[in-house]
Ligand binder design. Sequence first.
Ligand code: ATP
Ligand code: MG
Length: 384
Amino acid sequence: MTEKVVIIRYAEIHLKGKNRGFFERVFTVNLERSLKGLRHELRRTSGRYLVENFDEARVDEICERIHNVFGVHSYSVGIKTEDTIDAIYAAAESVAPTIGTFKVESHRADKRYPMTSMQINAEIGGRLLSKFQELKVDVHHPDAFVYIDVRENGSALVFGEFCKGRGGMPVGTAGKGLLLISGGIDSPVAGYMMAKRGMTVEYLHFHSYPYTNGLAKEKVVRLAKTLSRFTGMHRLNTVSVTQIQEEIHSKCAAEYNVTLLRRFMFRIAERFAQKGGLQCLITGESLGQVASQTIEGMTSSNTVVTLPVLRPLVGFDKDEIIERSRDVGTYDISVEPYEDCCTVFLPEFPAIKPKLKDLEEEEKKLDVEGLVEKALSEREVIEF
Ligand code: ATP
Ligand code: MG
């Protein structure tokens, strides 16, 4: 019996010693979730996973999904066959190149197999050379490999190519965070990066309806949906900051509008996070990118919360972030021209280095606690 299989190798998980079982369990769940709806069997075998029994016409779809699971180091489409040398050769012939240089690499999990790895290499390599006249062996820098894995159950795996996965750690192995997601380019990338390190990422979006319209919110839903391929999170929490912005606008000095709003966002986000057992806030801020993203600006928002604030993009240039957002698949959505709440009531000259003392003075004019609680009590959840 010969069938197509996908071999999955995992990334840093093996580094985790004692926690290995936990990491593998979470990884298994994530792989299963990614393959949902496609017939398959997933099996763990000596430090790798095998996907078997799938519809061979859908192998590309299977690979595409596996590609997006964090923790996958690499994967290969291969052939599973009997471990006789003839069956192995037949499989090798179908994955080998017909021209250029190659090398056969064999591995025996079953040490009772009648041939050594060297003998398998020589036999399969020799047969391939006599079949394809334009093929040469190069053991140092081959153009292509033929990998052979003789397993313990009388079967062998034969494959030719390693496809690189996204790496990272399985989502669900590194705590939980709350992503402050806007409609912009940066925050979705920030969420991607924390999920890649294994964090479960929940989304919170602030809108200022009716100053911002329903399309702006719908755009954020699409961003969140795109991200959910990696994070596995299928709901978006939204909170209106309209009233807060109106209060700030009518009572406080215009130059502090943005910073004051930011402090409200952080307060609301922290309270939301704590209710849901989330351990940190995540933003898409990058040092110096805009007036509010100076160290003084970041300090002024940090001081109103006690949870850690993770800013995975803090040291990136805009073009680096754009490149990543293309890879994540959010770029084209992010650049759609809908207004974000931060652009409503935007002052002409925002304070670049706001002083804490001045901000606190401004906030005395507002019922901070009341506004935070009211906004939070009116939150909405969009499931998708
Ligand atoms: P982005 O591209 O993520 O919108 P930005 O460069 O536009 O970032 P700001 O508007 O200053 O920068 O926002 C900084 C960060 O604050 C964002 O990355 C995001 O994490 C958070 N943020 C801004 N606006 C919102 C919003 N409407 N809802 C939730 N979070 C927001
Ligand atoms: Mg923005």
